[in-house]
Design a protein around this ligand. Structure first.
Ligand code: GLY
Length: 320
């Protein structure tokens, strides 16, 4: 594997700095051919991809890489749809969902987790340190604290003030393409074509207390099958859960569809059966040779691709 130099990487990061990424968007109207190794993630998570790539370069472990990538927006208070700084539920509590899956089909998840900045790392601990796949709520928090994670307040002043403003009307209306962020899903393949994926979110802003979306649900928000490929979802979780979206994408690839065609068909299943008038869903997927694709219901969905040439943000094709 030809590894990128650190300089090449930093140059790419600088080129895609704040506000600049839109200029770098490329359309994906055709099936994408890829190369190994490769990292792709939902939205303009350039820094997440870069962290994942650096981890892959240094450690050679694709599971470590996707976890490292997911931790970037989790720690970023400016990202109000993931981790620390996430928008709260309608009672003012930040509740987090995440899952992770490796090449051997091992997986771990947490739902309705409060007070822990890095739910993706707790999900990995669930996978590696327990006989279970998913821990939720108070049990997930107790487990995280036992594992040495620090308890902290995740509601930033910005998200708190927005919540107080929201309470004036308390109108519940999910927004499409919030700040080009929403859930981060990150999937990758190492130089052997071995796969892993991670998905993490604070879920829908002002959701009902206890609401859990697609992101921590293996098969809905994320699925990895090392024989075939991987897929991850972003957007309105209820639409994805009803169609078991990421599992569907991978199964469609198993039947011979390209990642792009599989993402498109999974979106079309939603569009044909559910009301999507005000709602967005986007999928990204890759197969074992690094070929990748994406598709969304509405325009505006972008995704970040990193390979040995650096990182670029691409514009997904959409139904509308
Ligand atoms: N896709 C994130 C959520 O619906 O919670």
């Amino acid at each position: 594997m030809k590894k990128p130099s650190r300089r090449q990487f930093i140059n790419t990061s600088l080129a895609l700095g704040a506000g600049a990424f839109l200029n770098s968007c490329q359309s994906t109207k055709t099936v994408e051919s890829g190369q190994l190794p490769i990292i792709i993630s939902t939205w303009n998570n350039v820094q997440a991809n870069n962290a994942a790539w650096e981890t892959l370069t240094e450690k050679g472990n694709i599971l470590d890489a996707v976890e490292a990538g997911a931790r970037v927006p989790e720690a970023d208070p400016a990202d109000q749809s993931v981790g620390y700084g996430g928008r709260p539920d309608r009672e003012g509590n930040v509740t987090l969902d995440a899952c992770i899956m490796d090449k051997d089909g091992n997986c771990g998840a947490v739902t309705f987790l409060q007070h822990i900045k890095h739910p993706i790392s707790v999900a990995r601990k669930v996978m590696e340190e327990t006989p279970h796949v998913m821990l939720s709520g108070a049990g997930a928090l107790e487990f995280a604290l036992e594992q040495g994670f620090e308890k902290q307040d995740l509601l930033t002043e910005k998200s708190k003030q927005e919540y107080i403003k929201w309470l004036e009307t308390a109108e519940y209306k999910p927004k499409v393409n919030i700040e080009l962020h929403d859930t981060i899903g990150i999937i990758g393949a190492d130089s052997n074509g071995d796969l892993s994926g991670a998905c993490t979110t604070s879920g829908l802003a002002y959701k009902m207390p206890g609401r859990v979306g697609d992101s921590p649900i293996i098969g809905a928000g994320l699925f990895v099958d090392n024989e075939v490929g991987s897929a991850v979802a972003t957007g309105m979780g209820e639409l994805v859960m009803r169609s078991v979206g990421s599992f569907l994408v991978v199964e469609l690839m198993r039947q011979g569809l390209s990642p792009y065609e599989a993402c498109k068909e999974a979106v079309m299943r939603i569009v044909r059966r559910q009301d999507t008038a005000e709602l967005q869903v986007g999928y990204i997927a890759m197969n074992k040779d690094g070929t990748y694709g994406a598709y969304s219901i509405k325009p505006g969905f972008v995704f970040a691709v990193t390979d040995e040439n650096g990182t670029i943000v691409k514009d997904a094709e959409s139904y509308e």
